[in-house]
Design a protein around this ligand. Structure first.
Ligand SMILES: Cc1cc2nc3c(=O)[nH]c(=O)nc-3n(C[C@H](O)[C@H](O)[C@H](O)COP(=O)(O)OP(=O)(O)OC[C@H]3O[C@@H](n4cnc5c(N)ncnc54)[C@H](O)[C@@H]3O)c2cc1C
Length: 430
């Protein structure tokens, strides 16, 4: 059976509705499975995201990325039901997300270096027809490697891939197809609903041996067959894979920079009247810890900034709708004016009309959302007070995200205690 014949991915529009209600429902449904069941079964890629079969992972990443639900809420709900020991694996995975963000904050040159290499690699496709054909086959799911083609199409059609599939896919892209890793990372960013500059870029670098220097990930057919055994059409085959994964090399040395963090949460607001900006990585006020209601809500969604190439419809719609819905809900909740602002569209004017001198927004981590919005924020007059709001758990974790994940892992228990995540606030799960 060919990869094409196997494919019947349903629409994920209903499954991944970009609303707070859908996120809470997903969390509620998943919490009972977040303990030992998760630890034992999380590596199985059991089927497309719309299938009932895929119950072994939370699929919460699109909502977490958009800031519709927070890491704190997810951790709290899971710990309330399972306790730290049984939920250890799931908790650690959530901390991988926080770790990657903190790591990229401290080595921010990785992001522009990625963008530069991607643009160069895209230019090479125009100049080299053989390379262009290989690239088109990879992103079109027609390489002839059944498993790889399956995931390429699943990603484009659904906007989601299982973690293990992402690892195998990236490994085959780099070591078997020998395509530039940044083009694969770009393909993911254009189509993943959870596309995240830190988790994606650093995971691709991890597979290629650039994150943990010299340590690579080799996809093996027997491993793929084992962990895809429960797919609706049986295990996926992957013939002709590379037998070796020699580490990629790079000339740049991405030096660690000191973190320059804002105070956690909303301490800097000092009771000021402010406009709340909702964006693609902070789209919902209910997942934020606002000290008092804003006087104005502005939505600034820029999913196209992920790549110079077109962004997939599923991912784009998820991001846009998340901010649109967030703006409507915040306007209703706070009884204030709420509107969307297109690129370069009257931020200063909107603040002036409302008589506001302060803007607050969920912290913009290194990546394309920051690249797209920072120039507009920096263009505001000096008198405007710009207040990024960083969650307590990120504030407490990022200082440990200096090198490998182990530096964070050994601190998880104390961080949870420090920021008061102990399963005692059950609102999110109920
Ligand atoms: C090559 C590659 C690219 C990736 N790109 C992204 C990306 O753009 N955005 C993204 O959010 N994740 C990315 N990941 C990490 C991981 O694959 C996804 O977070 C996970 O598959 C999301 O599914 P889930 O919500 O069911 O995860 P679960 O297993 O239910 O985990 C719960 C949450 O923990 C976090 N998490 C879990 N595993 C990881 C991990 N390995 N690294 C970082 N965070 C993790 C996610 O926020 C996830 O929602 C990538 C991994 C690889 C190997």
């Amino acid at each position: 059976m060919t990869g094409t014949q196997r494919l019947s991915f349903g629409s994920t529009t209903m499954l991944f509705s970009p609303t707070r209600e859908a996120a809470l429902q997903r969390l509620h449904d998943f919490v009972p499975r977040a303990g030992r069941a998760y630890a034992n079964s999380r590596n199985y890629d059991d089927g497309p995201p719309d299938s009932e079969a895929r119950q072994n992972v939370s699929q919460l990443s699109p909502w977490l990325h958009a800031g519709i639900i927070s890491e704190t809420e997810v951790l709290d709900a899971v710990l309330a039901q399972h306790g730290p020991h049984a939920a250890e694996k799931f908790v650690a995975e959530v901390f991988w997300r926080i770790y990657f963000k903190g790591y990229l904050e401290q080595r921010p040159s990785i992001w522009p270096a990625y963008c530069e290499q991607r643009d160069k690699a895209l230019g090479q496709l125009d100049a080299n027809s053989g390379l262009k054909t290989a690239y088109d086959q990879a992103v079109g799911g027609s390489t002839g490697i059944e498993a790889f083609d399956h995931w390429a199409r699943e990603l484009v059609q659904t906007g989601y891939l299982h973690n293990h599939a992402r690892m195998w896919f990236a490994s085959i892209w780099i070591f078997t197809l020998k395509l530039d890793w940044t083009l694969g990372a770009d393909f993911f960013l254009r189509h993943l609903m959870d596309a995240d500059a830190a988790s994606n870029t650093l995971s691709w670098r991890w597979v290629g041996g650039l994150h943990t220097k010299g340590k690579t990930y080799l996809a093996r057919p027997d491993n793929i067959a084992r962990y895809t055994a429960n797919q609706p059409s049986g295990p996926l085959s992957a013939d002709g894979l590379a037998h070796e994964a020699p580490a990629l090399e790079e000339a740049a040395d991405h030096q660690k920079q000191a973190l320059d963090l804002p105070q956690s949460d909303a301490a800097d607001l000092h009771g000021a009247d402010y406009a709340l900006i909702l964006h693609d990585e902070g789209a919902c006020h209910m997942a934020m810890n606002l000290p008092h209601p804003p006087k104005l809500v502005l939505g600034m969604t820029r999913p196209e900034a992920r790549s110079p190439l077109p962004v997939g419809e599923t991912a784009r719609n998820f991001a846009r709708s998340a901010v649109e819905t967030g703006v409507d809900q915040a306007g209703d909740a706070f009884g204030c004016k709420a509107k969307l602002l297109g690129e370069g569209e009257g931020l200063q004017q909107s603040l002036g009309q409302a008589g506001l001198q302060t803007v607050a927004f969920s912290y913009l981590p290194t990546g394309w959302t920051r690249d797209a919005l920072l120039p507009e924020l920096m263009g505001l007059p000096d008198a405007v007070n710009i207040v990024p709001l960083l969650s307590e758990v990120e504030h407490a974790t990022w200082p440990y995200a200096k090198a490998g994940f182990f530096g964070v892992k050994k601190k998880i228990e104390s961080i949870l205690g420090e920021v008061g995540i102990d399963g005692s606030s059950l609102d999110a799960a109920e």
